[in-house]
Write a protein that binds this ligand. Structure first.
Ligand code: HEC
Length: 149
């Protein structure tokens, strides 16, 4: 048997490798789509959630905060803020805490980073709460690893 790679062997490796990795690609695509659909079905986007996301985008909260690990690192992660505000045990309490927080900024406490006042309406604050509740229920597989980002 020859020690060198023949043309036929090289061709077989090429076709075999291409077929194998194409099959892997298709399998991973099917897996991702199935998983994404299951996540979306388990946690539907209500009009309130969509409106909250709009408030989030309109006021560029992401310029200071991260959400599910994405964004700026000036201020805490907010994808899980609903849970940190006790939303799992007491949803009404978490909603009130969030509203009170938004209304009380900036804190003016010396040496503490400041968050602007956005003067949001009650309905905007409610939709923000819906949005944060929704994000807290997305299975991020414990990302980001540090809860406050
Ligand atoms: C200019 C930067 C900046 C922007 C823009 C900003 N924030 Fe903040 N935010 C902060 C800072 C700084 C803190 C932490 C303040 C502190 O701990 O005293 C904070 C804290 C918070 C907290 C409390 C988090 C916690 O874990 O206690 C919430 C909720 C929050 N922001 C929501 C928002 C929302 C909603 C928006 C957009 C409407 C927004 N922030 C936009 C800077 C910002």
């Amino acid at each position: 048997m020859s020690e060198t790679l023949t043309k036929a062997a090289a061709r077989n490796i090429f076709y075999g490798g291409t077929a194998f990795f194409f099959a892997v690609f298709v399998a991973l695509t099917v897996h991702s789509v199935t998983k994404a659909n299951a996540i979306a079905a388990a946690n539907p986007i209500t009009p309130g959630v969509a409106a909250g996301k709009h408030v989030w985008e309109k006021h560029s909260c992401v310029n200071c905060h991260t959400i599910m690990g994405e964004g700026a690192y000036f201020a805490p992660e907010l994808g899980n803020v609903w849970i940190r505000f006790g939303g799992r045990e007491d949803p009404d309490g978490a909603r009130e805490t969030l509203k009170a927080w938004m209304k009380s900024q900036p804190s003016g406490v010396e040496g503490r980073r400041q968050m602007p006042q956005f003067n949001l309406s009650e309905s905007e604050l409610d939709s923000l709460a819906d949005f944060f509740k929704w994000t807290s229920e997305v299975d991020t597989q414990n990302w980001p690893p540090k809860v406050s980002g």
